[in-house]
Write a protein that binds this ligand. Structure first.
Ligand code: UDP
Length: 261
């Protein structure tokens, strides 16, 4: 097969040119990073699980009328997606206090929030993704007022829907991050959900005992990340074909050897 043209390499994914105009291929890597790239590891099997979980969630969202970049999963690590122009904003929704919200405002982790809190971060590795508000976004032309309104409404709808999906499998959706992109259709633009939704981008707590089933297992050195992601996939009823315990164990060995360095 001829080498595909690389469009962009991110921390956890690679984008390649797709087979047709207006498409990209999104490749899920096993790389894990946290704290603005200061902590890194390769966790064998993570990319396969995220590809599958994100496919499942985007498909469900497509079915309730949320427009997304997702077209189809191609194989264990790749998805065919629509090429979009990413809006440089990370939209975070929080249902329960955790992570930077708890640290910044001194609210203990696990505190239920009365209503979901929406936050926006400017996507910039150099600046460490700073927190911004709607005035910054509109003023600096990252999105118009109408676009931001649409993004916020979509995000809250997605939150309601995902809370239900996860509750149904015994998991609390604590918080998560979304990204949106623009597609041109003739002279018109459409805003669609892009990127991924996976345990890398969500906080997921087991309802029974608040066990973390997400990337905090890596951020906080709790171990068992692949097992946790696999548990999320299993409860969603989607285990990736071809993954076997040996492969996953190989991933765990890699984490250990990296940690000991
Ligand atoms: N998040 C993400 N990518 C980022 C920052 C945050 O996917 O670059 C997700 C994170 O996994 C969590 C939520 O957004 O589910 C809120 O993250 P928080 O602000 O607490 O920061 P973090 O703990 O990720 O540094």
């Amino acid at each position: 097969m001829s080498r595909r043209k690389l469009i962009y390499e991110g921390k956890a994914k690679i984008l390649y040119e797709g087979p047709e105009k207006g498409t990209f291929i999104q490749y899920f890597k096993d790389d894990a990073t946290a704290f603005n790239n200061k902590k890194k590891a390769v966790i064998g099997g993570k990319g396969v699980l995220n590809n599958r979980i994100s496919e499942f969630l985007f498909t469900q969202l497509n079915q309730i009328g949320i427009k997304t970049h997702f077209i189809k999963r191609l194989n264990m690590r790749e998805q065919l997606i629509k090429s979009v122009e990413i809006i440089p904003i990370e939209v975070v929704v929080r249902n329960i206090a955790a992570g930077t919200l708890s640290n910044r405002l001194g609210i203990s982790e696990g505190t239920d929030l009365q209503r979901p809190i929406l936050e926006f971060y400017y996507k910039s590795d150099e600046l460490g993704d700073p927190l911004v508000n709607d005035d910054h976004i509109i003023n600096l032309n990252w999105a118009t007022r109408d676009e931001l309104q649409f993004i916020s409404e979509q995000t809250l709808r997605i939150n309601d829907f995902l809370i239900g999906i996860f509750r149904g499998i015994g998991i609390k959706l604590v918080d998560f991050k979304l990204e949106f992109g623009k597609i041109w259709i003739g002279d018109d633009q459409e805003i669609v959900l892009a990127d991924e939704i996976s345990p890398d981008t969500c906080r997921l707590w087991n309802i029974k005992d608040e066990r973390k089933l997400d990337k905090d297992r890596f951020r906080r050195d709790l171990g068992g990340l692949v097992e946790a992601y696999q548990e999320v996939a299993r409860r969603l009823g989607i285990m990736p074909e071809g993954t076997n315990i040996k492969e996953i164990k190989a991933g765990i060995t890699k984490i250990k050897s990296l940690k000991n360095k």
